[in-house]
Write a protein that binds this ligand. Structure first.
Ligand SMILES: [Zn+2]
Length: 317
């Protein structure tokens, strides 16, 4: 049997899955921690290789490997330019390393873009040709499908959807710049909003007893009626509406998909988002045939994206 190997590399865990050439479910899957806290010589790079070795089939043929890496990836040569959550992964020739070790064709791409590919092919975007996918958790990532093809950019670093500038005088982003969408609407942005209220001793912040809550806890507080928590989500939703309006004006998609933990806060985020989107859109035509939906594949979106990406490439060959 012919198989593919899909790899999802996160800051905390690496997951490798063996898929058949056709079919929806994986044959086997393995998860290991990205770093070994007990052994500094055991690098994430080595752990990734051993994770793949672990699921390598004894009797079947592996046609190709696709790995979803967090950060900027130069897709033509498989170099991870920068992965902020994995120490030492600067200009790492991951594609070449894996290809030499395993002697099969290997593709590396950005994790959020591959998750977008998975959601488009097998999840919430099925049947659409123009899709924008946002994953909103600690940061904001995503991917864009245009006329049935993923937008990659010249060297493959397009679709940094969280780092468009909403207000240059806005809060500092995780990337170091100011006023990006991520700095307004990510889980970190929601937490920072409450952090500042605690520091300025806003009376409503007493609810949090001087502890900076997670975005999940802030959602719970908002559902219990805490005004600051509601305000935090109102701000996130308002600026998300501005960001998405910008994307609709450029790409005119028929489907916008939201994944990631923060989007599970539901109406808290999406009520202010919808009001803001309608307010900032150039005209209603952008919204008339637009499906706005949540992601369907959960944590597996990246793995599914990897294997669908490989299937499409190998069908073309
Ligand atoms: Zn940024």
């Amino acid at each position: 049997m012919n198989t593919f190997i899909a790899v999802d590399i996160g800051g905390t865990n690496i997951r490798c899955a063996l898929f058949p050439e056709v079919g929806d479910s994986y044959i086997s899957i393995k998860k290991i921690r990205t770093e070994n806290p007990n052994d500094s010589s055991d690098t994430p790079n080595k752990r990734l290789v051993s994770c793949i070795e672990n699921i390598w089939p004894k009797n079947d043929t592996v046609l190709g490997i696709c790995a979803a890496a967090p950060g900027s990836v130069s897709i033509n040569d498989g170099v991870v330019l920068l992965a902020p959550n994995i120490p030492g992964w600067n200009n790492l020739p991951l594609g070449k390393t894996l290809e030499q070790h395993f002697s099969v064709k290997t593709f590396i791409n950005n994790d959020a873009r591959l998750a977008a590919y998975g959601e488009w092919k097998k999840g919430a975007g099925i049947g659409h040709l123009n899709v924008i996918y946002f994953t909103i958790s600690t940061g904001i990532g995503g991917g864009i499908i245009i006329n049935g093809k993923p937008l990659q950019g010249d060297i493959g670093i397009a679709t940094e959807v969280g780092h468009i500038i909403i207000d240059p005088n806005g809060p500092k982003c995780g990337c170091g710049q100011y006023g990006h969408l991520e700095a307004f609407s990510s889980g970190t942005a929601i937490e920072n909003f409450i952090r500042e209220k605690i520091i300025s001793k806003d009376p409503e912040s007493e609810y949090f007893q001087n502890e900076i809550p997670s975005a999940y806890k802030i959602a719970q507080a908002a559902n219990s009626g805490n005004k600051l928590a509601i305000e935090a989500f109102n701000q996130a939703g308002y600026y998300l509406g501005i960001g998405v309006a910008n994307y609709l004006h450029i790409f005119n998609p028929s489907c916008v998909i939201f994944g990631g933990g923060v989007t599970q806060s539901g109406d808290l985020l999406f009520d202010p988002f919808n009001v803001s989107l309608e307010k900032h859109i150039l005209n209603k035509e952008y919204l008339n045939n637009l499906t706005i939906t949540t992601a369907k594949l959960g944590d597996n979106a990246g793995l599914v994206g990897c294997v669908e990406f490989l299937r499409d490439i190998f069908i073309q060959i």
